[in-house]
Write a protein that binds this ligand. Structure first.
Ligand SMILES: CC/C=C\CCC/C=C/C(=O)SCCNC(=O)CCNC(=O)[C@H](O)C(C)(C)COP(=O)(O)OP(=O)(O)OC[C@H]1O[C@@H](n2cnc3c(N)ncnc32)[C@H](O)[C@@H]1OP(=O)(O)O
Length: 302
């Protein structure tokens, strides 16, 4: 891929993302008798975090209607809240789920990668990388409760989790459908998929931009379990309860051993990956494809 666009990559926002957001996570930690304890509910505007009834477990719910697209704000809030959970040693496991009926996440926010300037593309892509790195290398046990459609970036987010429970509803589908938009899933999207379903299945799925209905997703290994829609979250919580029986230290070292080489692939060339993305996404032909895809989505209603 040609590296033509050279852009300044703003680091301010993503090195300290909380500096640019009004942190609405009031009540996250309150000093009680000199000891900090977690309060009932925290999170931020687009990412709700609630302790589950089981000790050590939280539910992180994405609330970015209508489709939980991964806007810069949602990505930033996700990273902030994950970091808070990581730092609060009372939490060992997190269920990731959605508040948007019938949609886990529509993936990257197309309005962030269409019709903007190179500096914005760079800032946005850095946020996407950050989301992936933080989730993929998280010391917490992460279980995705996939309660709706889960294309592209939404699928990537679920693939960073340690386990995926999906609603058994044939209306929903999951997969990396980038080629259908005329774009290419980057190598670290590909690596995450290969690590989950293997090389041959990934090659086919990525080239064809396959969106798998739940039964096929289970067969190919993209999700681990299908349950009726109203049991997705409770099943995710009971899976976490089983994982909690494993000593954290041994599990965390094992997870790191399995995942670090893949994450290093991106860590070693983050800036190059951003430059690649910016030069690819800025092409007229790519922008035209994205505009047509967005227009088709918007026309669906009309
Ligand atoms: C070098 C590397 C280069 C590039 C790598 C880039 C990698 C990209 C990864 C991505 O994630 S790209 C995004 C891919 N996502 C999709 O293809 C999903 C598109 N959306 C849908 O298929 C559907 O919206 C749905 C999620 C199945 C939900 O369907 P539903 O019928 O319930 O809603 P509707 O389609 O009417 O949408 C409502 C509303 O939301 C807007 N929308 C939908 N998806 C997105 C999105 N990803 N980003 C921004 N906006 C989105 C849609 O246009 C509607 O808007 P409107 O109300 O204004 O009409």
């Amino acid at each position: 891929m040609a590296l033509t666009a050279v852009v300044r990559i703003p680091t301010r926002a993503l090195l300290r993302p909380w500096a640019r957001l009004r942190d609405s996570a009031l009540g996250w930690m309150e000093p009680v008798g000199g000891v900090e304890v977690s309060t009932q509910r925290f999170g931020s505007q687009r990412v709700l975090v609630e302790p589950a009834s089981a000790a050590g477990v939280a539910v992180m719910t994405f609330k970015n209607p209508p489709v939980n697209s991964l806007s810069l704000e949602l990505l930033t809030e996700l990273v902030i809240n994950l970091e808070k959970l990581e730092n609060d040693k009372t939490f060992r496991g997190v269920v990731l789920t959605s508040d948007c009926p019938g949609i886990f996440s529509a993936g990257l926010d197309l309005t962030e990668i269409c019709g903007r300037n190179p500096a914005h593309y760079a800032e946005y892509w850095k946020a996407v990388q950050e989301m992936w790195l933080r989730l993929y290398l998280s010391n917490l046990m992460l279980v995705a409760a996939i309660n709706g459609a889960c294309p592209a970036g939404g699928c990537l987010m679920s693939l960073t989790c340690d386990y995926r429970v999906m609603a058994d509803n044939p209306k929903y589908a999951i997969g990396l459908n980038e080629t259908l938009l005329g774009i290419v899933a980057p190598f670290w999207f590909k690596d995450t998929l290969v690590n989950t379903i293997g090389h041959r299945a990934s090659e086919r799925a990525l080239q064809l931009g396959l969106l798998f209905p739940p039964t096929e997703a289970l067969q190919v290994g993209m999700v681990d379990r299908l349950v009726p829609e109203d049991q997705v979250q409770s099943t995710a919580l009971s899976v976490l309860a089983q994982w909690m029986a494993i000593p954290d230290h041994a599990r965390q070292l094992t997870k790191n051993m399995m995942r670090k080489p893949t994450a290093d692939g991106l860590l070693k060339k983050r800036d190059e990956d951003i430059q690649n993305f910016v030069s690819f996404i800025s092409r007229d032909s790519i922008q035209k494809s994205l505009q047509m895809y967005l227009a088709k989505l918007r026309q669906k209603k009309g």
